[in-house]
Design a protein around this ligand. Structure first.
Ligand SMILES: *Cc1c(COP(=O)(O)O)cnc(C)c1O
Length: 376
């Protein structure tokens, strides 16, 4: 079986982990946590990094730190992971969806200003922020987003979980938002097993995040809490992995691009198969995952294609499922009568191919040959 996504753990991981055990520093108090925060925020070009226990935790922390709560709304893409909507809903705020762009699969920026204007006219809730999520490999073009956010006085929450080390207009993804979130789950560019990070340039926001991640303990009198926080702390063991992984980030990025471009070459002549794009005016593709979409001329859907590939021993994964159709959100009365035709089609017709860092050249060829075979 060709696996979908496997990390590479053959750098300094073992040495740093051993050091944790030898020194006894295994909890979040250990020195690697601070070091990982500093190195990661420096790499991305932000002043402060707050390591947390997952990407989902990073998003929750970011939304809470901005003070978003009941009566507020946040614009977000329909085509993304549930963590984005969960962070907004758990804060008591209302997510407002924008459909996907059919070519980039990111939030359709052509709809952003209209959505902002409509939302600002509402009297039942206050629009506070735009949550930007970079999907699969090609970043959202941040130039128009920054312009609109400034014009309408909105905060930007940037989910760069899939874009570690990726740039947009020569600036690192995750350095655009007032606050940004990353994940270090094993399928991401660098991993800590489970883990995440919040980045910001704002001293006050950083302080809030640090407090929220650690149960909002009072500085002067421990066990008194002005606010409710979480235990979202990252352990020294996880940070040890993170540091070793970060040392190889640039190498990992090159490898991902190589895998993506190799697929591009091998799959470009298959009719009815939409491939990922690059937008040279603002960004290359990093191919976090290599997504493909079956065009309308193909008489079967993604589930069928994935089944056929499974029979040929090729692992695949479904695309995201649109937020407007999520049972857990509909049950809360959200998105009544809202349709997102592009995101809905992507969920039905899109899936992604193996693109893990451990993938070998001959495996890429094997996958491409299998895709050709099932598309005939
Ligand atoms: C992976 C991912 C997350 C969630 O990260 P976890 O560490 O799994 O909680 C959030 N947003 C995006 C865009 C992701 O890809």
């Amino acid at each position: 079986m060709v696996p979908v996504n496997e990390p590479l753990l053959n750098g300094n991981e073992l040495a740093y982990l051993t050091r944790c055990i030898e020194t006894g520093w295994i909890s979040s108090e250990g020195p690697y946590v601070k070091e990982f925060e500093i190195r990661f925020s420096e790499k991305t070009g932000r002043n402060y990094g707050i390591a947390v226990s997952s990407g989902t935790a990073a998003l929750e922390t970011a939304v809470a730190a901005l003070g978003i709560g009941p009566g507020d709304s946040v614009i977000m893409p329909a085509f993304t992971i549930i963590s984005c909507a969960a962070a907004i809903v758990r804060a008591g705020a209302c997510p407002v969806l924008i459909d996907a762009d059919p070519v980039t699969w990111n939030m359709d920026l052509n709809q952003l200003e209209d959505t902002i204007k409509k939302e600002l006219q509402r009297t039942d809730r206050n629009l506070k922020a735009i949550m930007i999520v970079h999907i699969y490999g090609l970043p959202v073009d941040m130039r128009p987003v920054m312009y609109l956010a400034r014009n309408y006085d909105l905060k930007i929450i940037e989910d760069a979980a899939e874009m570690i080390g990726q740039t947009c207009r020569n600036r690192y993804c995750g350095s655009f938002g007032d606050i940004s979130a990353f994940s270090f789950y094993p399928n991401k560019h660098i991993t800590t097993g489970e883990g995440g990070m919040v980045l910001t340039n704002d001293t006050l926001l950083a302080e809030k995040c640090r407090s929220l991640r650690n149960l909002c303990f009072d500085h002067d009198r421990r066990f008194i809490h002005e606010n409710l926080g979480w235990n979202f702390r990252m352990t020294n063991l996880q940070a040890a992995l993170g540091l070793a992984q970060l040392e190889r980030l640039d190498e990992f990025i090159l490898k991902k691009r190589e895998i993506g471009r190799c697929y591009n070459d091998l799959l470009k002549d298959i009719r009815g198969l939409q491939l990922p794009v690059e937008k040279t005016e603002y960004a290359e593709n990093i191919y976090w995952v290599y997504g493909v979409v079956l065009e309308h001329t193909i008489p079967f859907d993604a589930a069928e294609a994935m089944k056929r590939l499974q029979q040929l021993k090729i692992g695949t994964r479904h695309f995201f499922y649109p937020m407007n159709l999520q049972p857990c959100l509909q049950k809360r009365g959200l998105f009544k009568g809202i349709s997102c035709p592009v995101a809905e089609r992507l969920a039905l017709r899109g899936f992604y191919l193996p693109s893990g860092l451990a993938l070998q050249d001959e495996q890429i060829h094997e996958v491409a040959a299998a895709v050709k075979e099932i598309m005939q």
